[in-house]
Design a protein around this ligand. Structure first.
Ligand SMILES: *[C@@H]1O[C@H](CO)[C@@H](O)[C@H](O)[C@H]1NC(C)=O
Ligand SMILES: *[C@@H]1O[C@H](CO)[C@@H](O)[C@H](O)[C@H]1NC(C)=O
Length: 343
């Protein structure tokens, strides 16, 4: 038994070593691939980390995000897909922190003090589908960068649309003017509100063009230009009656409309294509522009939403969000506090 036992022992050792070795190899291989993926991603997004520790921390987050995305897509039980994008090295909590500071002013305060009329209330006939892009009323997708200026981009997109509808020309307008000049509850890159932007512009008379007042993505001091009651004028704004997707539809049928949504969840962070169904709540933290609505191939209804995170997020910068859901707030709260400028 003695010699047999020794042979056996060696064999077992060999076996254990082989198993351990292959285990290490099979773990190392994807790790190397993942690291390569991360490196390529860094190069593509021009990301540079301050030291090795930061890089390692970001790599771990990147890996976790990638794993989340891959298992989400592999499950295949949702009508939309996710993909790696420029938020791929951000933990979801960090991503949330990039959105507007939602604590500053509860949206209920707007709806409580707002007494504006809704000019599209009595509308009965509206098209089954609307896409303001096809009518030439939507400028190319823009990119807010790391400035929490979604509110400025949303306000501008609605004014660009209205200007096209009333004047027949599409002019890219200035988010930077709003970031620099709108004050009060709104504070440039700290965060702001579409309603503040509309009120500011109604008083001032109009907004500068993107060409005259280009986007910098940082908080600068307000430039008062001689030129300038702006190239596009607005008189004021109106709120879409809260919590009614039907009312929102009436408004969007007539012009692009600004809406707040809750965009802070993982699925929103990495949305890439299809009709988004959540998960998301109604704690609004981001402004977008609803530029249409329609139905997917399988008949599922969606809102066509223009975002300001560049063309590599979502469907070339757009998101289709499920429309007509059971909750009256709409998906991600899209119907809770929409508004549009008036002339
Ligand atoms: C942005 O500018 C305004 C006014 O100049 C100032 O009150 C605010 O603190 C600035 N914010 C940042 C983040 O620089
Ligand atoms: C999701 O990705 C898969 C695989 O690439 C593709 O077949 C499918 O059409 C995509 N679904 C959506 C909704 O984009």
């Amino acid at each position: 038994m003695g010699s047999f036992g020794q042979n056996n022992y060696v064999l077992i050792l060999l076996l254990v070593f082989t198993l351990w070795n292959s285990h290490v190899v099979s773990r190392r291989l994807p790790e190397a691939l993942l690291s390569e993926k991360h490196e390529k991603w860094m190069a593509h997004h021009g990301r540079v980390y301050k030291d090795a520790a930061e890089r390692e921390k970001r790599f771990q987050i990147f890996k976790n995000n990638l794993q989340f995305i891959e298992s989400f897509n592999a499950a295949g039980d949702k009508p939309f897909n996710l993909s790696i994008n420029r938020f791929a090295d951000l933990h979801n909590e960090e991503f949330k922190a990039l959105l507007i500071n939602g604590q500053k002013k509860e949206h209920s305060e707007w709806t409580a003090t707002e007494t504006s009329s809704f000019r599209y209330d009595s509308v009965t006939e509206i098209p089954a589908t609307v896409d303001w892009r096809k009518k030439g009323a939507v400028t190319p997708i823009k990119d807010q960068g790391t400035c929490r200026s979604c509110w400025a981009f949303s306000a501008v997109a609605t004014i660009e649309g209205l200007h096209h509808i009333t004047k027949g020309e599409l002019v890219s307008l200035s988010e930077q003017e709003l970031v620099d000049c709108v004050r009060g509850d709104s504070e440039g890159c700290i965060g702001g509100y579409v309603e503040d932007a509309f009120e500011f512009l109604a008083k001032k008379g109009g907004i500068a063009s993107e060409t005259n007042y280009p986007y910098k993505g940082v908080n600068k001091s307000c430039k008062v230009e001689k030129e300038s009651h702006g190239v596009a004028k607005i008189k004021g704004y109106e709120k879409v009656p809260a919590n009614s997707e039907k009312a929102l539809m009436k408004a969007v049928a007539h012009q692009p409309v600004s809406a707040y949504v809750e965009a802070g969840e993982y699925a929103f962070q990495f949305y890439s294509s299809g009709i988004f169904t959540g998960k998301c709540g109604t704690e609004i933290d981001h402004s977008v522009t609803v530029v249409g609505y329609g139905k997917g191939g399988d008949g599922s209804k969606y809102w066509l939403v223009k975002n300001s995170w560049g063309t590599e997020w979502g469907e070339k910068g757009y998101m289709r969000m499920k429309r007509d859901i059971r909750a009256k707030e709409g998906l991600c709260g899209i119907a809770t506090s929409a508004s549009y400028p008036t002339v």
